[in-house]
Design a protein around this ligand. Sequence first.
Ligand code: KKD
Ligand code: ZN
Length: 312
Amino acid sequence: MAARQVVNSVRRVAIFGGTHGNELSGVFLVNHWLKHGEEIARPGIEVRPFITNPGAVEKCVRYVDTDLNRVFDSENLRSESNSNTYEVKRAQYINSIFGPKGSEDAYDVILDLHNTTSHMGATLILENSKDDFTIQMLNYIKNSMAPLSCYVLLIEHQRLKYATTRSIAKHPIGVEVGPQPQGVLRADVLDKMRSIIKHALDFMNYFNEGKEFLPCSLEVYKVMDKVAYPRNANGDCTAFIHKNLQDQDWKELKPGDPMFFTLDGRMMAYEGDCTVYPTFINEAAYYEKNQAFTITQKMTLCAQAIRCTPPK
Ligand SMILES: CC(=O)N[C@@H](CC(=O)O)C(=O)O
Ligand SMILES: [Zn+2]
């Protein structure tokens, strides 16, 4: 018989919005749920909606001093940390409520709501390829979203991984839906995000009720690299996303395919040595990070069956 993991029931869940203040689906959903909690209530689970970066939400900007979704590392979270930017202080506060990161007291699950200007559709972001509970949840959400596509981006990578706000939970999940311009709310994007949250909460409810989730496999796109914009000596971009690549997130990019164009009419091709799957193509927030798109490879993860510890 295949092994089955017995996991504790889910007790505390947070839904974060406004980690980036100009990504409005999460801001409006969380503010709505703060007033009308029935939609996200599930028996026996404390579900807490929370605006993580109110200063950035107020100004409708990504961040005030520094990107909140990059500062949840042990260095910044140490209370004696001498960085006292708005976001680092905020990170310490958030960690004191929903963490501490890596401890038994941390929240079980954090769903962090984001939007992208890229054509990524409904995307779930996974941080750990060995987290069977989360893989099972993402598999459930993906199947429940069908026939709508729902992609899973695995950001586990030695060099490229970043310290996210949600990473203080035992099971962190990023919800990334696009395309939506910064500071804009689109109904189609909001609907997708809202369904993802419904299915995530339903999964945790069924799990707590004792339902067994059988072994599963999940197709994910694993982050392999990022591609920078070509720039001149002044640091200005000299080439931009080619029209053949625009909106082609999750589709094959082959060596020789057009990648960038220059204003003087040159095309620059992708010169990797194998077919890859680009995503976060032309994400507005990544110009300052000098990231034109992310390169991923498709792979399949497997998770053992899971079942909740029976109540004593
Ligand atoms: C466009 C955007 O903000 N994306 C998120 C992805 C994530 O939450 O992992 C970020 O860069 O923090
Ligand atoms: Zn974001």
